[in-house]
Write a protein that binds this ligand. Structure first.
Ligand SMILES: C[S@@+](CC[C@H](N)C(=O)[O-])C[C@H]1O[C@@H](n2cnc3c(N)ncnc32)[C@H](O)[C@@H]1O
Length: 194
């Protein structure tokens, strides 16, 4: 995939154009940057995208997405009160981030904030992370999804975790693409879904 004109790879790193400057998007801190460096082929994010982001933490990746989806919005969910403090501070600086303190097991709790997202992005290290993703995708029916799987959070051998994950995703979605991002995020795979 040709990168959009606001992204470039430079010396094994990814950079995002912000105004006239290029800023580093560190793949060791953001699995979405790792997805692109790992040659992820699908990039549905546009200026207007509405992204439902599950597992926002302090907002590192959310911040980059807010620069990309500049006319859209990022609904950023996290269960941690401590992470939420930094996320709320970030949201005060930006006009397109909606932070929400909540549990991704319960999509009905944030449906009023989420509206109709175009893209579901999930990065939650929980034993039932695949089920959380499927539940949210079925509930909100976005066009595209990104699921970052941490194999160590699920019991079983890594290869078995990945094959079981692929099986469940194939049962539920038409398009499932797997990108190995373990070079940047140990024990992780990225999944692109339609
Ligand atoms: C690996 S961190 C996310 C990092 C972030 N995506 C980034 O790129 O900057 C995982 C996050 O998932 C959150 N989390 C765990 N279980 C959750 C749940 N049930 N609902 C919502 N968030 C959850 C944790 O609080 C943590 O902040």
């Amino acid at each position: 995939m040709d990168l959009p004109n606001y992204l470039r790879k430079k010396r094994g790193k990814l950079e995002l154009k912000k105004g006239k400057k290029w800023i580093t998007w560190n793949p060791y801190h953001s699995k979405l940057a790792a997805y692109l460096l790992g040659s992820g082929e699908n990039w549905p994010f546009t200026r207007e995208s509405k992204v439902l982001y599950l597992g926002a933490a302090e907002g590192n990746t959310v911040n980059f997405l807010s620069n990309i989806c500049i006319e859209g919005r990022i609904i950023a969910i996290d269960i941690s009160r401590i992470s939420m403090i930094e996320l709320v501070t970030l949201a005060e600086e930006k006009r397109n981030i909606i932070p929400f303190l909540g549990d991704a097991h319960f999509p009905e709790k944030y449906r009023n904030h989420a509206g109709n997202p175009d893209i579901l992005y999930q990065d939650i290290a929980q034993a039932d992370q695949v089920n959380i993703f499927v539940r949210n995708y079925k509930y909100f029916k976005p066009k595209y999804g990104f699921l970052m799987i941490k194999s160590h959070s699920i019991s079983g051998k890594e290869s078995e975790v990945y094959s079981e994950t692929k099986k469940i995703l194939n049962q539920n979605f038409n398009v499932v693409k797997v990108i190995n991002i373990s070079k940047w995020a140990k024990g992780h795979n990225a999944y692109y879904i339609e």
